[in-house]
Design a binder for this molecule. Structure first.
Ligand code: MV4
Length: 503
């Protein structure tokens, strides 16, 4: 396998820059692709060279396979990193790269085919002995079959698009009389969104946790897992806050879910970085949901708690490298990531594009900001409004929460509206601090989290923290929280500027 010499990053924003940073550390020249709207974007400037691949709309630029391949050819890049989103899970793109003699830094097209169709993925997983959410493994011929099946597993049920994923084309059905209309709507939505009207059915799991396992495989049959990420803090199926390890996963569960995740990856001949998503119910049963055949947005919390640069491993494996070790890596400490969006929570999270007048990002011990913006940059309104990810690490979960609160308090972005205050309210919320929040948390607490500055919430969250930390035997953290409530805790524990003057 030839060693990679130059990497084209077929993406934009924070992930393009993040990938380029590792390439630079490895001494690999980088190539950016940009649309007309991204001519002055940070990733375009960050790379060693940059090629325009078309007009602003993604479907005319970042998603045009021939334009991406052509940029690789013109630049002399011999490998392509897809990032996440865009073409990262498109088997046709993988085959086009291979046909052009380019190394695709990711899984083989066959693994994407096996996991891309959700009904086929479920069938593959059942064959491999992986527990899946109770439901169908073959498309229904008609709504009658669907009605009969729903009766057999009992309402509520979940209708899902086989060509979907990530919650797109999903409908909950609570009663038999609602099935016909839900069935018709689900099929038409699936057809328009995925050009595939196949709909399958699962037993609805109420308020599950959304927990995913990072897996990594090389081309020599080695496959390991790199523990779990807790991703239940979601709004409209969009992750907002992620953390590792999960506060509800025991050592035994981690081992069991990790082994199942490795089995799932091996069953489809996976290579590279991948994520197995699970739903975990109130009884802590876990079920395969879907596999993401790409590097995920939230990968930094795994990098913090394993000390591994996942992009460096992706490049290593893509050129035939052997996994550096084949035993599971125990998570070290605790990491939390929040997604910073150019959107206004007060107007139902409407995107808030526009010119950034000033930005000051947090820093200090164990703080990481993966950003795609800079002062003076105009956030375009044609792409996903996520502008950066802020992640922190600390020895314990409570200290990671306090560090995240401190870092968010430092984060300053002027000129556009962001969700920064909303994020502060999430990590200060007693339910989050207690650590047993499920996928219903953000919708359930929506009004409180929107942030009428609620002193009671702040005090309650700190008292909850103290009680919880004490219960968890984290005496050290417990000794912080009450003092923090009185505003007299010592500097070194919260890093709040100038607080030493008061204590
Ligand atoms: C479910 C579910 C409950 N029961 N399936 C599918 C895609 C993934 N991103 C979320 N999905 C879910 N599938 C069954 N049978 C709950 C979720 C779910 C969810 C659903 C709606 C809104 C937010 C959610 C967050 C996490 C999980």
């Amino acid at each position: 396998m030839a060693r990679i010499k130059k990497v084209l990053v077929a993406n934009r924003g924070e992930i393009a820059i993040r990938v380029m940073r590792t390439c630079r550390e490895l001494g690999l020249p980088t190539v950016a692709v940009f649309s007309e709207a991204d001519r002055s974007a940070l990733h375009t400037r960050f790379a060693d060279e940059a090629y325009c691949v078309g007009p602003a709309p993604s479907r005319e630029s970042y998603l045009v396979i021939d334009n991406i391949i052509d940029a690789a050819r013109r630049s002399g890049a011999d490998a392509i990193h897809p990032g996440y989103g865009f073409l990262s899970e498109n088997p046709t793109f993988v085959r086009a790269c291979e046909k052009a003699g380019l190394t695709f830094i990711g899984p083989p097209a066959s693994a994407m085919d096996a996991m891309g169709d959700k009904v086929r993925a479920r069938t593959n997983m059942m064959k491999a002995g992986v527990p899946v959410v109770p439901g169908t493994t073959a498309p229904f011929a008609n709504v009658e079959e669907a009605r009969t099946y729903a009766k057999s597993i009992g309402y509520p049920v979940m209708l899902k698009a086989s060509g979907g994923g990530g919650g797109k084309g999903m409908r909950r059905v609570d009663r038999e009389e609602d099935l016909d209309s839900a069935w018709r709507t689900a099929r038409s939505e699936a057809m328009s969104a995925f050009n595939n009207d196949t709909v399958y059915m699962e037993k609805f799991l109420d308020q599950p946790h959304h927990i995913e396992i990072q897996v990594f495989a090389d081309m020599h049959g080695n496959c390991i897992h790199l523990n779990e990420r807790e991703c239940s803090a979601q709004r409209r199926n969009q992750k907002v806050v992620e953390e590792a390890p999960s506060p509800i996963i025991s050592v035994e569960m981690r081992k069991a879910m990790g082994e199942v995740a490795v089995k799932a990856a091996k069953a489809v001949g996976y290579v590279g970085a991948g994520t197995i998503e699970f739903l975990v119910d109130a009884k802590r049963n876990f079920y395969f949901l879907e596999m993401n055949t790409r590097l995920q947005v939230e990968h930094p919390v795994t990098e913090w708690t394993t000390g591994i640069d996942l992009v460096a491993w992706q490049i290593h494996v893509a050129q035939g490298g052997v996994l550096p070790f084949v035993r599971p890596v125990q998570p070290r400490g605790h990491a939390i990531e929040v997604r910073v969006y150019a959107e206004d929570p007060a107007t139902n999270f409407m995107p808030s594009p526009g010119k950034i007048d000033s930005v000051r990002v947090p820093s200090g011990p164990y703080v990481r900001d993966d950003s795609g913006v800079y002062p003076g940059y105009t956030v375009p309104n044609v792409y996903d409004p996520m502008i950066s990810k802020l992640s922190v690490w600390a020895p314990t979960r409570m200290e990671a929460i306090l560090r995240m609160k401190r870092a968010l308090s430092e984060y300053s972005l002027k000129g556009i509206t962001t969700n920064l205050r909303y994020l502060e309210h999430i990590v200060s919320h007693p339910e989050f601090m207690k650590g047993d929040y499920d996928t219903g948390f953000l919708p359930r607490e929506h009004q409180k989290l929107l942030g009428e500055k609620n002193e009671k919430l702040t005090k309650a969250s700190l008292i909850a923290a103290a009680v919880y930390a004490h219960q968890r035997g984290e005496k050290q953290a417990a000794s912080i929280a009450p003092a923090a409530a009185a505003g007299t805790v010592s500097t070194w524990r919260t890093g709040r500027p100038n607080s030493w003057k008061r204590s």
